[in-house]
Design a protein around this ligand. Structure first.
Ligand SMILES: [Ca+2]
Length: 337
């Protein structure tokens, strides 16, 4: 890990040199690549997680005029990643209002898992960008179910005239999808019994049906098991219905109080799942075909905050916790050129 102090020492200029750079450096760690006289700094070298950035300083900046030294600070692991990954898609959530409709659509209504929330569409109370964050907010409120059918009373969600909770699920379905890459999301989780935030992906070939299309759960957590971060994959051969799904967990005690980066790195051979730098689950392509590895096709991303349901509601819903917010600072997708 490289600290600001390390960089200052390396530059030999003390804090003053860095101060001139003003707000360029906002990340926790830095990777500076410079050459004598100030050369081009390829943004391709920049990469995500908040571990490192490459400052794309111009040749005439005060800093580089003052600096005649070759300045290379390597984050041993980071540089390898920087050289390999290229940012191909991102939302930093910088524009206040509803989520960018170019990038995000919505799941609407009662969608799955017998969850208690009604997912609303383009409703700022449940999904909005504010202070550089996407906020998915679950609320306890009586909400008319537009799909209510009195003839279906007691038969599933169409028979519910009102929902007791609202929330949002935003997706890139039909807008963006990827085969292979590093998908990372910096987020702070909600808290309380009944919450079930998730960052996950599903295959675009849903005609194949689930789970044949494949599902990649980058992050799931349920409020009654706070801070226990789970990653899973679901395929025809391995899925939770058969109780054969593959996954693992990692406890992050402050997941609801601090931001962490949840990521998957996925290629044709395997997937690695991370919280920040900690890899806690690897799913290997066993080479037995698409029933175990349907992951050579595009997957789109879903961010949602569910309430209740088969897993999140297994120990009930604490109605004193609302509203609850799932904060997402950014989504970044990298691929190898
Ligand atoms: Ca942001």
């Amino acid at each position: 890990m490289v600290s600001q102090a390390d960089i200052q020492r390396a530059l030999g200029g003390g804090a003053a040199g860095l101060d001139r750079l003003g707000g360029i450096f906002t990340c926790r760690y830095y990777l500076l690549v410079g050459t004598e006289g100030g050369a081009e700094y390829s943004p391709d070298m920049a990469f995500g997680s908040d571990k490192a950035i490459v400052a794309t300083l111009g040749r005439h900046s005060a800093f580089w005029r003052a600096s005649t030294s070759l300045c290379l600070l390597f984050l041993a692991a980071g540089v390898a990643r920087a050289a390999a990954w290229k940012l191909v898609w991102a939302d930093e959530f910088d524009k206040p209002g509803l989520p960018d409709p170019v990038k995000w659509g919505y799941e609407t209504g009662f969608v799955r898992n017998n969850e208690a929330q009604y997912y609303t569409r383009e409703r700022a109370e449940n999904a909005r960008v504010e202070d550089g964050m996407l906020i998915l907010e679950a609320r306890k409120e009586r909400y008319q179910n537009p799909n209510y059918d009195p003839n279906k009373k007691g038969k599933g969600r169409r028979g519910a005239e009102f929902a007791d909770y609202t929330s949002a699920s935003v997706t890139t379905r039909g807008k963006a999808s990827w085969t292979y890459g590093r998908i990372e999301v910096r987020a702070k989780l909600p808290k309380g019994r009944g919450t079930w935030p998730a960052i996950w992906m599903v295959g675009t070939n849903r005609l194949a049906g689930w789970p044949a299309c494949g599902e990649i759960d980058i992050m799931e957590e349920v409020g009654y098991d706070p801070g226990v971060i789970q990653a899973h994959i679901h395929t025809t051969k391995y899925n939770h219905v058969k109780q054969t799904s593959k996954g693992d967990r990692l406890t992050i005690p402050d997941a609801a109080d601090a931001f962490h980066v949840y990521a998957v790195e996925w290629d044709e051979d395997h997937m690695d799942f991370f919280v920040d730098d900690r890899k806690y689950f690897t799913y290997q392509n066993e080479g037995s075909g698409t029933e175990a590895w349907p992951f050579d096709h595009d997957q789109y991303l879903i961010l949602n905050l569910a309430i209740g349901g088969s897993w999140g509601g297994a120990k009930g819903i604490d109605d004193s916790i609302f509203p609850q917010r799932f904060y997402i600072d950014y989504v970044r997708v990298y691929q190898k050129p």
